[in-house]
Design a protein around this ligand. Sequence first.
Ligand code: GUN
Length: 316
Amino acid sequence: MGNLIDGKALAQEIQAEVAQQVQRMTETGIRPGLAVVLVGNNPASHMYVRSKVKTCETLGMRSEKVELPAETTTGEILPVVERFNRNADIHGILVQVPLPSQVNAREVLDSILPEKDVDGFHPVNVGRLVAGTATLKPCTPAGIIEILKRTGTQLRGRRAVVIGRSDIVGKPVALMLMHEDVTVTICHSKTPDLPSVAREADILIVAMGRPAFVSDDFVKPGAVVIDVGTNRVDSLERIHEIYGNDPQRLADYQKKGYTVVGDVNPGKVLPKCSLLTPVPGGVGPLTIAMLMANTVKAAELQRAAGQVRGRLGDIK
Ligand code: GUN
C-alpha cells in the first residue's frame, strides 16, 4: 500500500525558505513584487489567482492584481503588461491562462520581459530550459521536481513516463527530468496501448485532463505517481464511482456542487504504488510555492543586473 504525499507540508517548507529570502532582500531595500493579470470569469482561474496573491502577502512580498473583463482585447492587455515591465517595484509578471479566445495568448505572453517571466513561458526562457541553463522555470514542473527530491525519490538512471504534452506541464517536466539523468518517455492521446507504456515507469507523471483515467493497470508496483489533473466533476454518480461513499468527497460535493478530481483514480492506484500525490493537496500547493520562489529569484537577478549596469555607469 502506497502513501499519499503531503503537498501542503512540502509547500510550507519551501515557503518558509522563501519568506526568509524575502526578509533578507527587504532589509536591503528591495521587496520582491509580483503582478498578476487575470482576464475574464473562469472560476478556477479566479481561485488560483486569489491563492497566489494571498501567498505573496503571507510571505511579505508586494503584489498587484489587475482584473480585466472577459471581452478585453489583446491590444488592451499589452499596455497593462508594458506598465509592469517598466515598473522597477515589480519583479515578476504572471498572466493567468487560459485567456479568452479573442485574445492572442502567445502575443501577450511574449510581451512579458523574459527576466520578469516568473511562469517561464516566454520563448527565451523555454529555450534556456531546453539548453539546461534556465533560471526561471515553469512553476508546476519545478514543483514536481521538488516533490520528487524532497520525498527522497531517486532520479538518476530511472525511467519516467509523462502522460500529456502540454507547454505548461508535459513538455517542461520531461525536459527537467531529462536534465536530472532520468530516461523519459512522453505519451499523449495518440499513443497506442498507454497502460503498457505507463507500466514501464518508476516515476509516472499524469497531466492529461481526464478525471480518474489512470487506474492500476497503468502502474508498475512500487512506482511514484504524480497526479497533475484538476478536473471539476459535478455528477454524483461519477463521484460515487470514483470515491465510493467517502464522506469528505460527498460533503465537498454537497457544499460546492462539484468536487475536484485528479487524472488518477486514487482508490485503484494507491494500493499498487509507493507514493501518490493527492488531488487536491498534492502538486497544487507546490505550484504556488515555486511561483513565490521564482519571484524572489527574479528580484535577485534584477538587482544583480542593476548593480552591473551601475558599475558600467561608474566606468563611463
Ligand atoms: N493556469 C494554470 N496554471 C497556470 C500557471 O502555472 N501559470 C499561469 N499563468 N496560468 C496558469
